[in-house]
Design a binder for this molecule. Structure first.
Ligand SMILES: CC(C)=CCC/C(C)=C/CC/C(C)=C/CC/C(C)=C/[C@@H]1[C@@H](COP(=O)(O)OP(=O)(O)O)[C@]1(C)CC/C=C(\C)CC/C=C(\C)CCC=C(C)C
Length: 311
């Protein structure tokens, strides 16, 4: 991604994270619909160029540089309002609307920043639909990953009608017992999430070429790289815990981060080595004052190059 776009996505991410923290963070028990109304007023102010703090200013700057629309941001706040009172979802349609609010909106927010490839033959609507699908797919994956955590907070996002069809009850969810019924149910839920990832993947190649990698990675990492391929006939799909473990093991970590870390490690090792050699010489030579000068010359000849390279 270009630096401008990267900064813009970060600004959107920070706003989304702060919005999510209002209802999922440490102070969520104090949040009220009125507080969300005030948060929405701040959103309108920042879109009109009147940011409240430096984080709002980053999004305000993004709104002045990219054709982002305020509506997906408003809709995400609407999703947080739902989370204040709604803890059950009777059907997938109900759950889909929630996923649109809290996650599909992320795709709609970010496409104007990432840009559609100038030579793309796809309609803008199809690209936005793919972006929406990636958000939905990510949220469905999160819901399947967090069944236990959500149930401990009294929340069941899984559609109740589908649970009943699978012979499962709310009590089964709160009990957290992994049975064959549960495995069969989860396999169906996972397959549906995969369909949304498939939908999203179709759209990634229509993004501006500089923006495909992070989106592709978000598709592939949370969707394809560890979902069983269609050819394998798994008798039991991985449990939600397995999905979570695999997902967290393949979260997108830029390769450069690994390279930088190894370089820092080597640098630290070199400077430690030259320090040890220095103190060894200094200790030996400090026993005989006239040797200190000679020792410093030897140290400079042997160790200084290491130390300089370490810097
Ligand atoms: C390039 C790129 C991937 C940009 C997206 C970055 C961005 C703005 C992410 C915002 C995520 C966020 C914090 C949203 C707030 C609400 C929320 C928590 C949504 C759920 C995310 C979960 O976040 P996380 O993985 O950290 O899980 P926990 O908080 O620990 O539970 C969601 C699951 C939504 C995430 C949605 C996306 C990543 C959708 C991104 C879609 C695109 C980038 C569109 C790509 C375009 C095409 C054409 C496919």
């Amino acid at each position: 991604m270009t630096p401008e776009r990267r900064k813009a996505v970060w600004a959107i991410y920070v706003w989304c994270r702060r919005t999510d923290e209002l209802v999922d963070g440490p102070n969520s028990s104090y949040i009220t619909p009125k507080a969300l109304d005030r948060w929405e007023k701040r959103l309108e102010d920042l879109f009109e160029g009147r940011p409240y703090d430096m984080y709002d200013a980053a999004l305000s700057d993004t709104a002045s540089k990219f054709p982002i629309d305020i509506q997906p941001f408003r809709d995400m706040i609407e999703g947080m309002r739902l989370d204040l009172w709604k803890s059950r979802y009777r059907t997938f349609d109900e759950l889909y609307l929630y996923c649109y609010y809290v996650a599909g909106t992320v795709g709609l927010m970010t496409v104007p920043v990432m840009g559609i490839a100038p030579d793309s033959k796809a309609s803008a609507e199809s690209v936005y639909n793919a972006a929406l699908a990636l958000g939905i797919a990510n949220q469905l994956t999160n819901i399947l990953r967090d069944v236990g955590e959500d149930s401990r907070r009294g929340r069941i996002y899984l559609p109740l009608d589908e649970l009943a069809q699978a012979g499962l009850t709310e009590e089964d969810i709160f009990r957290g017992k992994v049975t064959d019924k549960w495995r069969r149910f989860m396999k169906g839920q996972i397959q549906r999430a995969r369909l949304f990832f498939d939908e999203a993947e179709k759209g990634v190649m229509h993004l501006d070429s500089a923006s495909r990698w992070p989106s592709w990675h978000r598709c592939g990492c949370t969707g394809r790289s560890w979902t069983p391929s269609r050819r394998t006939t798994t008798t039991t799909s991985p449990s939600a815990r397995t999905w979570a473990r695999r997902r967290s093991s393949c979260l997108y970590r830029p390769r450069t981060r690994g390279r930088l870390f190894r370089h820092e490690q080597r640098k630290a090792k070199r400077s430690r080595r030259s320090d040890v050699i220095f103190f060894f010489f200094f200790f030996l030579l400090s026993c005989h004052p006239t040797m200190i000068f000679a020792g410093c010359c030897i140290y400079s000849a042997i160790c200084l190059p290491y130390t300089c390279r370490g810097i």
